[in-house]
Design a protein around this ligand. Structure first.
Ligand SMILES: Nc1ncnc2c1ncn2[C@@H]1O[C@H](COP(=O)(O)OP(=O)(O)OP(=O)(O)O)[C@@H](O)[C@H]1O
Length: 235
């Protein structure tokens, strides 16, 4: 079972405690929505899980192991942190080809993931010509390249049009149905309500709720619960 477990994770920057003794589990086979107001530590937590930020204390384990100790990380975890970082003069196909080579992934997988994210017909255009939504799709294609057991996505809905949002929802549900672990941060609560099985709500770097979406404490919508659980914490 390749779940993601944050264990008393704390990350302090010079003047800020971004994440404060945070513990939660994103279970395998489920879509976990990771929610919190601006500046509540979501991105920092995800970056720590991926070994991009060093924890001050505590840890995040993926299938019981630190990211840094995974021998073929691209085969275990696929991540989309932000839809940037692509070489603008390179095509999507070339970009994925470079990643495939670096990650020890068979080249044939490039065409497969381009198909999955519905970018095949634009695959040879330069990324500088891509819209934000197309960049998000390319980010997802990079994440899916190694056919990972775990997907970590930071705000993947940004820039997608309504058809793209519906498409992403189906894709994430299908990934979870195949037993994968999907951890996705988002501010779009109505979308999360339709996609997630499990939610983790943070504010000020601390856990406010973790559990199945139908076990939220309040009777109202996810948004009502979110606002009640995070009151006064928006930055
Ligand atoms: N590299 C850094 N140096 C200093 N402070 C940082 C750094 N990265 C994040 N922070 C601070 O840590 C806190 C949490 O930021 P983080 O980006 O993790 O929040 P978030 O929940 O992802 O926010 P948003 O919803 O706005 O994306 C913020 O106060 C932020 O300013």
């Amino acid at each position: 079972m390749t779940d993601i477990a944050a264990l008393a994770l704390t990350k302090r920057f010079r003047h800020t405690t971004a994440v404060d003794e945070l513990s939660f589990t994103a279970p395998a086979g489920k879509v976990t929505g990771f929610l919190g107001p601006n500046g509540s530590g979501k991105t920092t937590t995800l970056r720590t899980a991926l070994g991009l930020v060093a924890a001050t204390s505590g840890r995040v384990l993926i299938g019981g192991r630190d990211y840094a100790s995974l021998t073929r990380p691209r085969r275990v975890v696929g991540a989309v942190l932000e839809a940037t970082g692509f070489h603008p003069g390179r095509s999507a196909r070339a970009h994925l080809g470079v990643l495939a080579r670096a990650g020890g992934v068979p080249r044939a997988r490039v065409a497969e993931v381009l198909e999955v994210v519905e970018l095949s017909s634009d695959a040879d255009r330069r990324v500088r010509e891509y819209s934000l939504g197309m960049r998000q799709r390319l980010g997802l294609a990079s994440a899916l390249l190694g056919d990972p057991e775990v997907l970590v996505l930071d705000e993947p809905v940004n820039g997608l049009d309504p058809a793209g949002v519906a498409w992403l929802r189906k894709l994430l549900r299908a990934q979870a149905a195949e037993g994968r672990t999907v951890l996705v941060s988002s501010h779009l609560l109505s979308e999360v309500a339709q996609t997630a099985d499990h939610v983790v709500i943070v504010a000020g770097g601390r856990l406010r709720f973790e559990g199945p979406i139908d076990a939220l404490p309040g009777a109202g919508s996810l948004e009502d619960n979110f606002l009640a659980l995070t009151a006064g914490e928006s930055r």
